[in-house]
Design a protein around this ligand. Structure first.
Ligand SMILES: [Zn+2]
Ligand SMILES: [Zn+2]
Length: 141
């Protein structure tokens, strides 16, 4: 029984190392893995919480943002072999010093700004404070 247990846990460890090695390899090449984040507002009494999938996978690309009209995350996903969807517009954001892209929300067709770095989404849409805290949930590819 004891031997059996040891064998099993060693097998699990080898498998884990293998999975991590493959993951590291995939991440080391092109950025082909996306990340799922859970954003939660830290303001007392504010319940805002949202799941954001940032970045595409091996076969697909996507843009994600927050649709203020729908009050939820907006996401456009397409296969890498397909043509890249055009944004509604692009503008130079003087606040962040980056080029921002605005896409149409798939649900309401209203505009949303693409979030490529989760650190850029820090203001809670409900209480308007700079109080969002992101936690990485998992990777996908
Ligand atoms: Zn919308
Ligand atoms: Zn809030």
């Amino acid at each position: 029984m004891q031997t059996n247990y040891n064998f099993k846990s060693r097998g699990t460890l080898v498998l884990l190392v293998l999975v991590l090695a493959i993951r590291a390899f995939a991440l080391g090449g092109v950025a082909v893995a996306g990340t799922t984040y859970e954003l939660a507002c830290t303001t007392d009494g504010c319940q805002f919480k949202i799941i954001m999938n940032i970045g595409g996978g091996i076969r697909f690309e996507q843009v994600t943002g927050f649709c203020a009209k729908c009050g939820k995350s907006a996401q456009i996903r397409w296969m890498r072999k397909e043509p890249t969807p055009q944004p509604l517009l692009e503008f130079w954001d003087t606040t962040s010093g980056t080029l921002r892209r605005v896409y149409a929300c798939p649900d309401c067709r209203g505009p949303f700004v693409a979030v490529s770095n989760i650190a850029d989404f820090k203001h809670c849409p409900v209480c308007k404070k700079e109080s969002l805290k992101a936690r990485r949930r998992h990777l996908y590819d």
